[in-house]
Design a protein around this ligand. Sequence first.
Ligand SMILES: Nc1nc2c(ncn2[C@@H]2O[C@H](COP(=O)(O)OP(=O)(O)OP(=O)(O)O)[C@@H](O)[C@H]2O)c(=O)[nH]1
Ligand SMILES: [Mg+2]
Length: 493
Amino acid sequence: MVGNHQRIVIPNLEKYRSGGGRLKGLRCVHTHLQHEPLTQDDLMDLALLNLDLIAAVTMDEHGRPQQIHAAHLLPEGRNGENWEILAPLGSGQLDMDCQGLIRSLESEFARKARALKVKRKWERAVLVSVTTAPKDVAQDSMAELTELAESSRIAVVDTLIQHRHRIDPRFLVGEGKISELVILALQRGADLLIFDQELNPSQVRSITELTELKVIDRTQLILDIFAQRAQSREGRIQVELAQLKYLLPRLTGKGTAMSRLTGGIGGRGPGETKLEVDRRRVRDRIAHLEKSLASIQRQRAQRRAKRNKKGLPVISIIGYTNVGKSTLLNTLTRSSVLAERRLFATLDPTSRKKRLPKEAEVIITDTVGFIRQLPQELITAFRATLEELEDAHLLLHVIDISHPRCLHQIQCVERILEELRLERIPVLRVLNKQDLVGPKTVRTLARRWDGVPISANDEHTLAPLLERIESHISRLRKHAAYAGAAKPIAVSA
Ligand SMILES: Nc1nc2c(ncn2[C@@H]2O[C@H](COP(=O)(O)OP(=O)(O)OP(=O)(O)O)[C@@H](O)[C@H]2O)c(=O)[nH]1
Ligand SMILES: [Mg+2]
């Protein structure tokens, strides 16, 4: 390598081994012209490249070697430092056992990696947010990213938020932070970086190349959760479509970045082999999936039409993810749809009949939860499922009032309803999980948001909700009879 008096440029080392708790198998020995010991840049190279050792040789005025400054990485941080700088050696004292040192370091790194592996069934990730947003907004978003990761069975070993006035378009994070990230990941046994911000293809590539870690963003994480959750044939097709559409514009490059991106988390997602194919074949696959989806959706439309002919009022439960929609459906209709403390437990809509206390029979449907920045690919893929909401005569907007960010969640749901052009359907706000909040807060919120407080898991709390639903339905029925609305509602029952 040749550099100038300020810096050296390290060539591409991609083909050297890395990962698995091992060092790079390379030592970097270079000269320093001005007697200076190792610089910050040197230490950064050490960390970023995962070098076995970095050494700088200073020299006297005749150009003869004088002192050797060397440093190596530490398997465990010490006093906030991730490397050990060795005491400078004279040029005549170079009898250190380099091989032995590196061997013992490597075995320590490997032992740590093994210990982590035994403990982990889950992948380990460092979450990163690079943002110009205010601190609390960034922290809230990060908290949600953590929930998302955990819902995808990824252990969050650390988080890092960087506030910037300007975002670096190449790496997003500043270069200094990148090396901090690499070291953090190495020490905490993480092999995955998850960014809260959407990354463009070239950012994924450059961060992957620089860090040699798997890099994904929030969108990909959500897609991944959906991929794990999809049960029905329709759901699986929709998710694969969304994944492929997300991937297509990113299929430009080659090399490590791409294979990692397509590998998804733990090799889930569309899978590497399937995606080593070129863009044309991805497009073919998309076309094929769209065709199968269309045929499934025709059947679904027939079912819908049949249901509509029966003329039963349809009540759809909607809301942010994990607020208790499925739990409410279960309690209302005594069914046992999967309800879980995970984001996006429900992907496939479920419908159940229910007879309301006073009279009418209604259909209640449970839907997929909403989330902030719901990836556009998913909205498109799930359009048909979401369109079913158009049939609803009443939307129950379930809100988790025990959630610290519930106001944001409400706003987000209302925005998505607008985007789906559903805002003309009457909405009843249902304030769920009242058991987790003090009675005074419940009263205040019920007044402020004009909602009905309930505990979805406790049947005894549902009477006021049922009353409100009944009065809505009967008002609707009068209105429908009066206005001759297109949507027929059974007057019998
Ligand atoms: N304490 C309490 N917990 C509740 C209540 N309602 C639901 N939960 C819990 O909240 C979690 C999420 O419930 P789900 O019914 O799966 O929520 P969801 O809205 O269907 O979620 P997704 O389908 O993932 O969008 C579960 O662990 C429920 O047990 C409630 O009234 N009180
Ligand atoms: Mg659910």
